[in-house]
Each structure stands twice: as structure tokens, then as C-alpha cells.
Design a protein around this ligand. Sequence first.
Ligand code: FAD
Length: 396
Amino acid sequence: MQFYAQYDRVLTAEERSFVDKARHFCAGAFSSEAHDAYMRGEPFPSDWYRRWAQEGMLGLQARREDGGHAASFLCKIRVAQEMARHSFAAAFCMNHHQGSLTRLSQTGSARQKEELLPGMLSGDILATIAMTEPGGGSDVAALTTTATPAEGGWRLNGTKAWLTNGLMVNALIVLARVEGADRGDNMASFLVRLDGASSVTRREIMVPGARSFRFAEISFEDHFVPTWALFVPPGEAFKTAMGGINAARVHVAAMCVATLEAAFAEAVAYCDRRHAFGKPLLGHQGLRWELAEVATRLEAANALVFRAAECVERGEPIVTLAAQCKTFAVDTALWGVDQCIRAMGAVGTSGAHRLSMLQAEVRMAAYGDGTNQMLLDRIGRGLAKDYPVASGFDHQ
Ligand SMILES: Cc1cc2nc3c(=O)[nH]c(=O)nc-3n(C[C@H](O)[C@H](O)[C@H](O)COP(=O)(O)OP(=O)(O)OC[C@H]3O[C@@H](n4cnc5c(N)ncnc54)[C@H](O)[C@@H]3O)c2cc1C
């Protein structure tokens, strides 16, 4: 598709085949089942994780020797975009698991991989990252979950909140403070199996319209974590967790752009078909200009995402660009999907179209991986460094 051509041009032939596979996988039953579930107020069927795994897609970025495809970042976001065109929530959730799997493949020990990797590749073990707590999310450094040394491992106590797929995950990467470690902030991360343990309790966080995220709060009461499960040692885990945040922001932004592109295409097709006052809706200048505005901002968001994604691919530092990319893509998607719904008249809000689902799901992009306020603050702090006066210009 022309809209995504700049990405697809730089992918390898194998990577382009993953994008094609994702496009075919997501059109049809996947798309309609996700929408049907939304209309019933239910999450999209979990069986799709296994089917996606059978296509080999959960290990997209895992190392080849671990059974993955070692795909590039650009390939990963293009595959996610194909899914986000049908359901932002499904794309976000599948990619959340895939991200944990990739981290395990790239940095896990042999024992950790032996315990978790086969199950994670097949979709039998679903994992997510557990940082946020009921007491706060933006201020990760204030977390209070503790890991106390015990014979053969640690005992975990505390509560994590807003966990993606929290209702059904059976493994977590938990960020916790190790008691008595005395190394920097003492934060370590652990690969934690849940497996119906009585020391673990879950509670659904109900978000109407966004149940496909399966949000939950998970609490630990003296939950045992064996020695082999230490993923990142005390004093290094916070830095490691933050290290991946810029790529995650670009990734979320890429999915927002794809969700808006899909909503926009649906709205344009409808406004071309539907007549009022003797001509198609698109024939009326007032409405046409509104949609033209959406198209323009959509293209700008797409260009920003591509620029940031290329920087991630090259390993360049992109703190400011990633923050700009996410805040602009999220706001453009929220505003743009709403404009599309309005352009279609009342029918745009109804279950006859997918736009109300896309709107309810993409709205959730505004919080994870940095809220707008946090992102703008990040951009603001770098202004003088990022936008210096060019040498040779006189200024006071
Ligand atoms: C779709 C989705 C998926 C998620 N998945 C996960 C997951 O899998 N694992 C996980 O651990 N967490 C997850 N989260 C939680 C997410 O990381 C938090 O929602 C996010 O960090 C914000 O934290 P909070 O919601 O507690 O808001 P708070 O931190 O309480 O902030 C509340 C408000 O105050 C503003 N604010 C806070 N600090 C400042 C400041 N310094 N300056 C200006 N304004 C400020 C914020 O911008 C926000 O508007 C997910 C959230 C969503 C929506």
C-alpha cells in the first residue's frame, strides 16, 4: 500500500513476506471476530494468540537460534500496523507479549529460556511487563513492591496494576525493590510464573470499550521466586526498563497511525457512496475540507513515525523524537478518528462500522509508555540542546 511504501521499501524480502502474512491473517475472521466481541462487550477471543503463534509471528524479533526470525524494528512495527488497522487493542496486546519474548531471547540465561521460551513461542505461556502499581505509574521510581531474599530465591510482596493481558497472563517480568541489596536504587526484575499459585490474586480492571486489553491488578503475598528467575540484577533494572521506552513509544505511535489510516479509509469510502442534497458527501466542500485536514495530519504523523523508526533501527539516540512521535501520533489518531466518525453522520457511531471500536481502543494509547504531560515535559527539557542556534547567526 502506498501509505506504508517507505517502510516496505527498506524491508528484506523475508520481512515483506511477514507483513503480507499479517495483512492476510488480520483481514476476514480476525477482524470480524474482534469487532463482534467488542459489540458484545467482551475481549477478542484468546484463541487468536495461538493462531498467531502457529504462523510463527510471536517470535518475530527473537533470535533465530531461539526459534525466532530476528526481524528488524521496522518489520515489527509494520506487522503491528497491519493488525492495528483491524484492532488497536489486539495489536497492542500481541505485541506486548512479543516484546517480553524478544527481551527473554536477547538477554535471558539458558535456564530462563529453557523454562519459558518454548511456551511463550507457542502462546501457551503469555507474559507481560509489570511496573505500574495502584499508587502510581508515571513515577516508576516510587514503586513499593519488594523482593525479600529467602532460601533458594526471593519472596515477592506487593501489587501491580494495569497489566496488559493481566486476566490471562501466566508469567510476568516484575520490577521490584530488593530488600537489603544496597546497590543504587535496589531495583531488580524477575521472571515470575503465576500458574494458579494461592500467593497470587488477580482483579479485573474494567474499562468499558477496551476489554480486549484484559487489564488486571495482580497482587503477591510472599510469592516464591526461584534464584534462576532473576532477570536483571539489583541496581540495573530501572535503567534497563527505561532503555526500551523510546522504541516502545515509536511502536505505539506506529500503531496509532495505522488505526487512523484504516478509520479514514472507511470514512472516505462511505462519504463517497452516501448522497445528500443531490451529490456524494465528498462533493460538499465543507465536509471535504475537514477530511482533507485529517489526511494532512495523518501523513505528517506517518512521516514522523517513519523518521523515528529509522533512528531506532540505526540505534541513534531518540529521546526527544520518540516523545514527539508518540504525543503527535496519539493526538492525531484520537482527533482524526473522531472527525471520521462525525463526517459519516450518526451511522459512524453505530455497530455497522468499526470506527467506534477503533476510537475506544486507540484512546488507551494515551497512557502507556508515557502520558502526554510526561512526554511534553521530556521534550521541553531538551529544547535548548535539541534546537541550538545555527553557528554564524547573531543572537543575544
Ligand atoms: C493500554 C495500556 C496498557 C498498559 N500496560 C501496562 C503493562 O502491561 N504493565 C504496566 O506495568 N503498566 C501498564 N500500563 C500502565 C501505564 O504504564 C500507566 O497508566 C502510565 O504509566 C501512567 O500512570 P498512571 O495511569 O498511574 O497515571 P499517573 O502517574 O497517576 O498520572 C496521572 C496524571 O498525572 C499526570 N502527571 C503525572 N506526573 C506528572 C508530572 N511530573 N508532570 C505533569 N503531569 C504529570 C499524568 O500525565 C496523568 O495525566 C498500561 C496502561 C495502558 C493505558
